[in-house]
Design a protein around this ligand. Structure first.
Ligand code: ATP
Length: 365
């Protein structure tokens, strides 16, 4: 059984990958600690899968180095990299039962039957599939197949586990169960894990740190809360969570705050921009729906607006409101008992909860 502390650290040192003349991975440098779960997050075509395959040794990068546990591994083939990989479609062997699928890698490296059986038993236990050891993959649900794929990858005690969109084929409730399960198994085994996903919620909820990629470039590599609360770029702000974007001009105030003058003459207190921007710069103030409070028009101080649409969305109530000068703004508030969506046409006022919850970026970036 793998033990905590088993995983290797991974350094991606200035990785560039070109397919012909087009750049898929653009000088990415990342330091991943041993035992960390890191997500590669970004829109379709941003280079996530290419980067994962470079780490696995299935693609040779154009330039740059992959260093695992302090040693460059660029000359090693995939089977010598101590890497386990779970593909999107699980790729189980259809004619082998669950136990044989899990034992495959152990048999391939010549382990005797007794140790194969022992390790396979441990893995079945870990993924809670012991009762289905004799089943063929076609007689398993998607989630069960995924657990077998995971057990097969973990059986050979990889120092690194690579997951390529591992939940893509699962429905929503099963996905949540499997996300929790993989996190548990990864913690328990201590394996360093890199997961490709385009689902920001998944990345934020599962990862120790998230690497956001855009057009092959690394935009930000931080903890989920830093990514969400302090995005470093307009791209990260837009891609992770939704944000209302309000155009205006900047007045710097202090090291931590600034003021943005909106087109309607309204002044908004915001967090100071990360980049040095001069007075009068055209900026975009980004405020997340849950950072806005809806008040009663004429009583609360805020931007006067009219409700266009209100609807319950899981544990929240979402409103789309239009300010008197035509700005469309989304708000989201906890669905407390007795709180119903406001009817279309209701006059309300909108105000931000805190200046620090509004991020400001240059409009010309
Ligand atoms: P997705 O979420 O859609 O899987 P991704 O972020 O994983 O996307 P990659 O598959 O790494 O992105 O692709 C990055 C870029 O490289 C894309 O523009 C893609 O079209 C291109 N690309 C990928 N594989 C090849 C290939 N074999 N030959 C040429 N171009 C490729």
């Amino acid at each position: 059984m793998s033990t905590p502390g088993h995983g290797f650290s991974i350094t991606l040192d200035d990785i560039l990958h070109q397919y012909g003349s087009s750049i898929a991975v653009d000088h990415v440098t990342l330091e991943i600690a041993a035992g960390e779960l890191v997500s590669l997050l970004g829109p379709s075509g941003c280079g996530k899968t290419t980067l994962l395959r470079i780490i696995g040794g299935f693609i040779q990068q154009t330039s740059g180095r992959v260093i695992v546990g302090g040693r460059p591994i660029d000359d090693l083939p995939p089977n010598k990299r101590a890497v386990g990989i779970v593909f999107q479609n699980y790729a189980l062997f259809p004619h082998m039962n669950v136990a044989d699928n899990i034992a495959y890698g152990l048999a391939a490296r010549g382990e005797d039957r007794a140790s194969q059986k022992k390790r396979c038993g441990e893995m079945l236990e870990l993924v809670q599939m012991a009762h289905l050891a004799d089943r063929l993959p076609r007689a398993l649900s998607g989630g069960q197949q995924q657990r077998v794929a995971l057990a097969r990858a973990l059986a050979v005690e990889p120092r690194i586990l690579l997951l390529d969109e591992p939940f893509a084929a699962l429905d929503k409730s099963l996905r949540l169960d499997m996300q929790i399960e993989i996190k548990r198994i990864q913690r328990q085994s201590g394996t360093t894990c890199i997961m490709v996903t385009h689902d920001q919620e998944e990345a934020l909820s599962m990862s120790d740190r998230v690497a956001v990629l855009n057009r092959g470039k690394l935009e930000q590599f931080s903890t989920p809360s830093e990514i969400y609360d302090r995005p470093q770029s307009l791209f990260v702000n837009q891609f992770v969570g939704s944000a209302n974007q309000l155009h205006g001009t900047l007045t710097p105030l202090s090291a931590t705050e600034c003021e943005v003058l909106l087109a309607n003459g309204q002044r908004l207190r915001c967090a100071a921009p990360r980049e040095a921007l001069s007075e009068g710069s055209a900026v975009i103030a980004c405020v997340r729906p849950e950072s806005l409070r809806l008040g009663i028009d004429d009583i609360d101080i805020g931007i006067a607006a009219t409700v266009e649409l209100g609807m319950p969305l899981g544990p929240t109530i979402v409103h789309e409101v239009v300010t008197d000068d035509g700005l469309r703004i989304k708000t989201s508030e906890p669905r407390l008992p007795g709180l119903e969506p406001r009817a279309p046409g209701t006059r309300i006022s909108v105000s931000p909860l805190a200046a620090t919850s509004i991020q400001v970026f240059s409009a010309s970036a």
